[in-house]
Design a protein around this ligand. Structure first.
Ligand code: SAM
Length: 216
């Protein structure tokens, strides 16, 4: 979201990841697996450290990159992560097994909108990270916010969707519909009575929502 020069400058200052994570970044690039952008993930990890999140729910594992980044950054945390794509599940399982963090990660296989009963066995969560089908963000949020601790935080990626949320004219109908859904989600989120939210223009746009305290 910053100009290219500053963006490259900041990314150039971020330390190299370990060999397994670097291999995963290359795998994602070669196999066109979308993983969270570097500046977005670094921002999220820093927030999770400050928040001292111990139990984290992730919606959208892909190949396990962000789950392993979280496990690496938060050695005491447990991450419950959901993925429905079989090929990605297989890749994630292999990468997680090869890491030193497999004991910190529980992978739930299935559609996030159909595995609530399994997820709730692992609740409550300090943080929930939503990074799956963009058109379903509101559904994921509403389904899993019930399992967030009172002082918990929800992080949602891709809320600026390559800047397209601010564009008036979008030619492709499918993209136009998706942008409309993300825009509706952003408006809904920013006026939600139970959460204070902010949208950070890092990575692909990251929304941070903090519960306003005790539930009614
Ligand atoms: N969080 C990952 C990372 O940064 O390493 C990237 C996740 S990728 C952007 C989104 C993933 O969510 C895809 O692998 C997709 O198959 C999965 N996904 C999308 N909708 C889903 C759903 N309803 N239930 C489970 N997984 C879903």
């Amino acid at each position: 979201m910053l100009n290219e020069k500053l963006h490259s400058y900041i990314e150039g200052l971020i330390s190299e990841r370990n060999p397994l994570l670097t291999e995963m970044e290359n795998y994602a690039s070669v196999h066109h697996v979308p993983i969270m952008e570097l500046s977005g993930i670094e921002t999220m990890l820093q927030l999770l450290r400050i928040h001292r999140s111990d139990r984290i729910l992730e919606v959208g594992t892909a190949i396990g990159y962000s789950a392993l980044r979280m496990a690496n950054a938060l050695p005491h945390a447990h991450i419950v992560t959901i993925e429905r794509d079989l090929e990605r599940i297989e890749a994630a399982e292999q990468f997680i097994q090869r890491s030193e963090h497999s004991h910190q990660i529980t992978l739930i296989k299935g559609d996030a909108l159909e595995v609530e009963d399994i997820v709730k066995e692992h609740a409550l969560f300090d943080a929930i990270f939503i990074d799956a089908a963009k058109g379903q963000y509101k559904k994921f949020f509403e389904m899993y916010a019930k399992y967030l601790k009172d002082d918990g935080m929800i992080i949602t990626d891709n809320v600026l969707f390559k800047g397209l949320v601010a564009e008036q004219e979008i030619e492709t109908k499918r993209i136009r519909n998706l942008v409309k859904k993300i825009d509706e989600f952003n408006h809904w989120l920013m006026s939600h009575p139970d959460y204070d939210s902010v949208i950070l223009p890092v990575g692909d746009g990251v929304a941070i929502s903090k519960r306003r305290g005790e539930r009614k």
